[in-house]
Design a protein around this ligand. Sequence first.
Ligand code: TYD
Length: 209
Amino acid sequence: MFITFEGIEGSGKGVMLGLTLDWLRRAGHSVLATREPGGSELGAALRALLLDTRNSDMAPEAELFLYLADRAQHVASKIRPALAGGQVALSDRYADSTIVYQGYGRGLDVDELFRLNDLAVKGLWPDLTLVLDLDVETGLERALRRNREQGLAEKEGRFEAESLFFHAKIRSGYQAWAARHPERIRLVDASGSPAEVFGRIEPLLKALR
Ligand code: TYD
């Protein structure tokens, strides 16, 4: 079983992944929790390049192939082995992030991005993708607060520095993409407390089993 968490910055992916992890473990599952970019050793180096504000003039195609390289290595070295060993794999971001950020966000062709991702992951798409849907202002407020609390360096904040307009495109991109894949992607209202949001996720997890 492979489940991914998607959404704009500050939508609560990390927190919902953690609650899902606890829920699955209590149900007796062995779980791999991972994230992109940076879920593998090679990926950690790629992540540093991708999120460095000094690289903000990166060509969209260069950025794309770095994300795809990160994902290909992540799938091969972490996700596939976990699934083969009978674990449930949870990932904070996956291929849909590329389709939405590089496609709906940066303007690359969405269908082409789907094919390139399919190549990078050799056809491994999640059983369930949860898109945490939240208004952009609330998301950015949450993300900026988290960055301040964790004392994250400037260079970790390349995307947080993007305009509200860009993030609004990302939110509507997720909505449009989810509508194209209703069999796999579920939009979840991410407003409210963590317990409230997880209360919306739990029935979707139950329906999987
Ligand atoms: P991260 O620090 O993981 O942010 P978040 O907490 O929002 O997940 O940074 C990931 C950033 O990279 C995020 O702004 C989205 C972007 N991204 C892409 O543009 N394409 C991708 O394929 C992935 C995986 C992430």
